[in-house]
Design a protein around this ligand. Structure first.
Ligand code: URA
Length: 238
């Protein structure tokens, strides 16, 4: 029986030992199929996780990617920003949010003095670009989700910002229309999450009118800034 098939039938305890750093270079141990579990605690660093993502074929997106896009920013950031999936620029460069949406995201963060290299870590629901930038399928999201869970465990953010409907649905499940839930705090697995608009939605709806999408994003990011300050102050004083 090929090694990867036999892995499916192993206990999660045994599975863990398969991913220790000494075995990372063995190609047979890379998750080549969504049936191969990636249990909590599999990775001891984002570097190990990134190595597997770049060899991953748990879904068909592995066949067409240039680079897996794992994340960028501070590995100890208090804020994790979750997008949908890489686009063309991200696929080419191997980094999330480096195209037009990313430029807008940087401006949004800077507007409340959040630094994308120190205050946040940016990742996506799916690590590989869906062809023609289509929305990732439910199967692709499920296949990729263990990587995001592991990223959350390793980075341990206080706040998770979910940009757009796919990010919300992909991580915390369907909570209603993004237009209704944006800007609200949702507790998930002991963490504070806030759905916000995806920057590409703001690029398509550029009006700055009071009550419009950009105005709403401005309200939301100010609430995020205030919450981060509150958490930091509490850490100092509580
Ligand atoms: N849109 C996303 O959701 N993620 C990226 O990385 C880039 C654009």
């Amino acid at each position: 029986m090929p090694l990867f098939k036999s892995l499916i039938f192993m206990s999660s305890e045994n599975q863990l030992s398969l991913f220790d750093s000494s075995s990372l270079t063995q190609k047979d141990l890379i998750p080549t199929d969504a049936k191969i579990p990636i249990p909590e605690g599999t990775y001891s660093s984002i570097t190990e996780l990134a190595q597997h993502c770049n060899e991953c074929h748990r879904c068909g997106l592995g066949d067409t990617r240039t680079h897996a896009v794992v994340g960028r920013g501070n590995l100890n950031a208090p804020i994790l920003i979750v997008g949908e999936a890489p686009g063309q620029n991200e696929d080419e460069q191997g980094l999330p949010f480096v195209g037009k949406s990313g430029q807008l995201l940087e401006k949004i963060l800077a507007s409340v003095s959040l630094n994308s290299e120190t205050d946040v870590y940016i990742a996506n629901i799916n690590k590989c670009r869906p062809p023609s930038n289509r929305v990732p399928s439910a199967k692709e999201i499920t296949a990729c989700k263990p990587y995001l869970f592991e990223q959350i465990r390793l980075i341990n953010p206080k706040i998770i910002l979910l940009t757009g409907a796919t990010a919300v649905k992909g991580l915390i499940g369907d909570r209603g229309a993004i237009t209704n839930i944006r800007g609200t705090w949702i507790e998930w697995e002991g963490r504070l999450c806030m759905p916000i608009f995806h920057p590409s939605y703001l690029l398509r709806n550029p009006t700055r009118d009071r009550g419009g999408p950009k105005w709403q994003m401005w309200q939301d990011i100010q609430a995020v800034r205030a919450k981060l300050d509150e958490i930091r102050n509490c850490n100092k004083e509580c």
